[in-house]
Ligand binder design. Sequence first.
Ligand SMILES: NC(=O)c1ccc[n+]([C@@H]2O[C@H](COP(=O)([O-])OP(=O)(O)OC[C@H]3O[C@@H](n4cnc5c(N)ncnc54)[C@H](O)[C@@H]3O)[C@@H](O)[C@H]2O)c1
Length: 489
Amino acid sequence: MQGPVAEAMKRQSCKATGAARETALHPAGAPLWCAAPRGTKRPGSRFGEKQMDQFKSKVAPADGKLAVLLPGMGAVATTFIAGVEAVRAGLAKPIGSLTQMAQIRLGKRSEKRWSMIKDLVPLAKLDDLVFGGWDPIPDDAYTAAAKAKVLSPEHLAQLQARLSEIKPMPAVFDKNVVKRLDGTHVKKGSKRELANALMKDIRGFMDKHKCRRAVMVWCASTEAYQEAGPEHQSIAAFEKALDENHPNIFPSQLYAYAAIMSGVPYLNGAPNMSCDFPALIELAEKKGVAIGGKDFKTGQTLMKTIIAPGLKARMLGMEGWFSTNILGNRDGEVLDDPANFKTKEVSKLSVLEQILEPDRYPDLYKDLQHKVSIHYYKPRGDNKEGWDNIDIVGWMGYPMQIKVNFLCRDSILAAPIVLDLALFGDLAARAGMKGIQEWLSFYFKSPQHAASVYPEHDLFVQHIRLENNLRYLMGEELINYLGSDYTNE
Ligand SMILES: NC(=O)c1ccc[n+]([C@@H]2O[C@H](COP(=O)([O-])OP(=O)(O)OC[C@H]3O[C@@H](n4cnc5c(N)ncnc54)[C@H](O)[C@@H]3O)[C@@H](O)[C@H]2O)c1
């Protein structure tokens, strides 16, 4: 971690204390800040409050308006915007959002100290969010939401005035990478010109709406499967490819490039590469911008990363996991094209392998067969139905089966993720955190990660990491659940 928070931590570096021994989750090599020594009276203690305030002041405050820029204003994006407007109007609760609803434990269990996440870390207020975006279809957010049919007409009618004002800017769109869509509301020009036009849009939007900061969350269609080429390996190669109008630079990469160049955090909700290649990772580091991805973790993969770690923790074996689902929204239509489905498939398949570690546990998982399919079935709309059959193996090799039938609503599950990513992405920027934000893996199916390590898929490990990152930013003691204070004394 670098930037003002890390600097603050260096200044606060303290002698190892009893409490410091318990901070096993503290990143190796990073200085320990002055966690309260064992036995220190913490609940409501002046020391605890003062310590928190010192660090809070090192994260720039969330003053002023925050532009939330969304490439792709379809089902997910409009459900997200409508939900925030509904919460602002007192019509709904932000269910599913950690930034709005979750509490976090601070200190030891005996301290009985809890805080709302939004009170612990300085986050932008919902009233300060201003929504903008791009789409090759010119519908305003109300029309797009009505077409997406995620929210009821009664709900939408109450929000119509606000949603109708939000109109997408012309998109950078390439039909070759999203074959099932026809877009008319598009920019023209070379790739270099298109990237420049996006940067101009960002600046123009922020000026027009008097926004102090911006964050971009990719909510557009999944692009066709693509392998990184030489043009993705360094900033210089990528910029040369831009100048040469290289066909292997896809639109989502132009948005990511424009965001990073503009100092705007970029979070990718789809499985396409977008900012997950060396050139843009290097650029994000160089420009000091936070990035993250890929692919919102909702529905079937969310269930997978909840169930699989539990079975593995109990050392139950697994022979197979068969997942299939039907959905009938525009996303399903785009994914009906094999090239676009391949991008999604790669994202969905990686999960079990990492969680179950068949190489480490060959007796339990070496023959595991993992199948995933998605079928576009129009009558179902956004209300996806997923079926999972899990063939597990117990004591002495006896087989068992688990069946999961999840009747979910795709965009209802994705919308709070967009909100949390926007707010945490903005927090990361104000805390001076740059490059890949692995602590946001909690939200992604296929988390972007440092090249030297494997991605973490286990939802519970991801959750601990996210919470500890927030504690770390605020100078709070990291929690490792050792509990030795209560059992060894
Ligand atoms: N809903 C979920 O649970 C979920 C989960 C994980 C990932 N995702 C991903 O989120 C994305 C959005 O899903 P959705 O259900 O809202 O899909 P959607 O089809 O309703 O909306 C996507 C929008 O992106 C637009 N678009 C396509 N290319 C664009 C471009 N180059 N620039 C700007 N806009 C562009 C489309 O016109 C469309 O309006 C998809 O990639 C999907 O795979 C969704």
